[in-house]
Design a protein around this ligand. Structure first.
Ligand code: ADP
Ligand code: MG
Length: 350
């Protein structure tokens, strides 16, 4: 049975309908990310789960209990925000103890819990500091400890890393995931960063205009996007504009080249269609195992270390492809002529 259920959630602010028929089942211990562009309703859904915002209709059920009408502090949910949410006039230890004080937890237990939480976030000795004496990453770890201290049933994280610089962001997201798995706490993590969502989630809800467009594992969302929006928002895509020649077997003409998708396309003959390829599905050079070959010109080479991202001009468009670095094979020179190839099965029809 699902641990946290969102049933037909709707939310309007006046005439602005910002959450539309939002349904989700989350298992105990699961880490689910809400991924979508700014303004798509992520925070609003999270605030409804937390109890800071009442749904216009629909219900929220935790462990079989309908909490829709409960006040926020009766739900036992921990929440962490983007940044600057610590009380500046309280020490780290007092910040972490805050929720325990509100609940009336006795002093000795409170102190023990604070020590446990500070150890959990790797800052066991910083309890006496004030927030301004900490780095941004340390402050967010303290905010996490504060959210976790009352042992909430559900942890809600609203873009907790977006104010941090890139390196700290990556290490802290891994730390959050490790702590979450350690505690087995059911978590919703809001982000607009697709790499972040892909790297640490059990499942991702891709949101668009107040709607859950697709719900799936990172692998599913990336490889089997359910809409053009999802395909574009999650990961990098190379787009090819073509014409549908044979709907029954999915034959698409890209300039001089025919791509045989090998599956029926439910659109009329002659329709303009867009095919997409992930960078890793494009092979540099001809490959007999891949059915589609296109002439190409090397436009840019970005040496990233283990991966080399190459941009070529092919079929009248720009195509990004990724190859693994091999110490015995330098990347091709910019301006040189080559070919690229791809398996027909790797084309995504948008
Ligand atoms: P996200 O977190 O995905 O960026 P939000 O949930 O914050 O999106 O916002 C979704 C939409 O709801 C936006 O158009 C926003 O302006 C609107 N909105 C959010 N909160 C309120 C509010 N309290 N009053 C009126 N409109 C709001
Ligand atoms: Mg938001």
């Amino acid at each position: 049975m699902s641990y946290l259920t969102l049933n037909h959630l709707e939310k309007s602010f006046g005439a602005n309908h910002v959450v539309k028929d939002f349904n989700l089942d989350i298992d105990k211990g699961e880490f689910v990310s809400f991924l979508g562009p700014s303004g798509c309703g992520k925070t609003t859904v999270l605030r409804m789960v937390a109890g800071f915002e009442m749904p216009s209709s629909g219900s929220i059920v935790i462990e079989g209990q309908d909490v829709t009408g409960l006040r926020a502090n009766a739900r036992n949910i921990g929440m962490m925000f983007q940044a600057y949410a610590l009380f500046p006039n309280l020490t780290v230890a007092e910040n972490v103890a805050f929720g325990l004080r509100v609940k009336g937890v006795a002093r000795a237990e409170r102190d023990a819990r604070v020590a446990e939480m500070l150890a959990l976030i790797g800052l066991p000795d910083l309890g006496a500091r004030y927030p301004f004496q900490l780095s941004g990453g340390q402050q967010q770890r303290v905010a996490l400890a504060r959210a976790l201290a009352p042992r909430p049933r559900v942890l809600l994280l609203d873009e907790p890393l977006s104010a941090l610089d890139a390196k700290v962001r990556v290490s802290l997201r891994n730390e959050i995931r490790a702590i979450q798995q350690d505690l087995g706490i059911t978590t919703i993590f809001v982000t607009h960063d697709q790499e972040e969502a892909l790297s640490i989630s059990d499942r991702i809800v891709v949101m668009n205009g107040g709607v859950a467009d697709q719900v799936g594992t990172p692998f599913e969302v990336y490889n089997k996007p359910s809409s053009a929006f999802v395909a574009n928002f999650v990961g990098t895509l190379n787009l090819f504009r073509g014409v549908l020649e044979v709907p029954a077997s999915g034959v698409v003409r890209l300039g001089e080249v025919l791509v045989k998708l090998g599956r029926a396309v439910d659109r009329p003959r002659g329709a303009a269609v867009t095919l997409a390829l992930r960078p890793e599905a494009v092979h540099l050079g001809r490959d007999p195992a891949r059915e589609v070959t296109l002439p190409a010109r090397i436009d840019q080479v970005h040496f990233l270390g283990s991966v080399i991202r190459i941009r070529v001009g092919a079929a009248g468009t720009q195509v990004n492809l990724d190859t693994f670095n091999r110490p015995d094979t330098p990347p091709p020179p910019v301006g040189s002529q080559t070919e690229i190839s791809a398996a027909a099965a790797d084309f995504i029809l948008l």
